[in-house]
Design a protein around this ligand. Sequence first.
Ligand SMILES: Cc1ncc(COP(=O)(O)O)c(C=O)c1O
Length: 438
Amino acid sequence: MKNTPIDKNLIDEIIEEFQIADFSKATIREVKAIASKAEKLSNVEYIKMEMGVPGLPPSEIGVKAEIEALQNNIAGVYPDINGLRELKEETSRFIKAFMNVDLSPEGCVPVTGSMQGTFASFLTCSQCDKDKDTILFIDPGFPVQKQQLVVMGQKYESFDVYNHRGDKLKAKLESYLNKGNISAIIYSNPNNPSWICLNETELQIIGHLATKYDTIVLEDLAYFAMDFRNDLSQPFTRPFQSTVAHYTDNYVLLISGSKAFSYAGQRIGVTCISNKLYKRVYPGFKKRYGGGTFGTVFIHRVLYALSSGTSHSAQYAMAAMLKAANEGEYNFLNDVKIYGDRARRLKDIFLKNGFHMVYDKDLDDPVADGFYFTIGYDDMTSGELAKELMYYGVSAISLVTTGSEQQGVRACTSFIQDHQYECLEERMKIFSENHPTH
Ligand SMILES: Cc1ncc(COP(=O)(O)O)c(C=O)c1O
């Protein structure tokens, strides 16, 4: 057995200090804190793959527009709670240009990141109908969204989509929906953590069942158009970002400035409510507020109570970035393609050293190279692998925290630096020598 790059005892002591009995359940923040401490005490650099933080400079177009807006004194005035007119219009155009969907500016509502978009959506969806008190997650998923429901005291159910791809999704989804308690279905596409992308057949199934069971689909597009297998970067030109919006009227699209535009720091996104849903009246609103539609309750009740709108200057930034993309002047995907290049190089290193991809395919197609990927090793459980990798100076989160039933870890490409590939290669070589596969 070769020595591990970091002394095992040191890691075990730090884990002990954090009182983490089951490493499979360690949160992103805990893994990050353990890696930072281990790095400091051992003086060995960690290859950090646990956080999904964008690691690229922000879009210059956004920064310039925001500075100009601030110089024009907009910081002194409250933003319109409905959102800046230009941003609403450019978002509506963006949805047409990159998804081929018609959605009026009225329903495009700025939020302080998709995080707030899902929180406000969960609340609004939960208030429509008293019998529909549960949110359904098509997992694996983004752990904080479940945390949001815990914070607000709402119920959720979830299933791992791994064994229910393609036509099989129908029976699985219907087994939840036919109980009548599901107010909304949520998934991300491309998916955090697995980078799978639901295809047209799957989106059609979700859309048809949402209509049939009168349930709202929350389509989280945090990684908008970042399925790099197809060039989705040309406005008003096929292929488009796939969406459930083609298959139902009961939907909300969550667009984020954080990843596709590397604008996470300013906390800006746009929540886009379908034309029909915006105007829809639900019995629960009458009882709670004396009236209102899904759109007006979302904006004038829920968002108003949460933050009274979204940072004024960030709205100018987002409007400028979307406008430039809509006009074909700014290929936002060019700036983020590097995540795909990194994923390819990292996957090569892991696969060469005995690892396997966990979520490896969208039916027959290998998943794209992008922001995240999932890997497993032999018969190691998620917790064992995540902990073992810590001894080799690699930090990643266990799939258990994402609602996955598969064994492995999620690796994020965003913090990888050029000099780290060689180091990862050396460490993974020792890892595989120390762990002969069965
Ligand atoms: C699937 C998913 N949804 C939402 C978010 C949060 O986006 P925002 O920064 O716009 O709040 C993330 C960020 O990691 C994510 O992965």
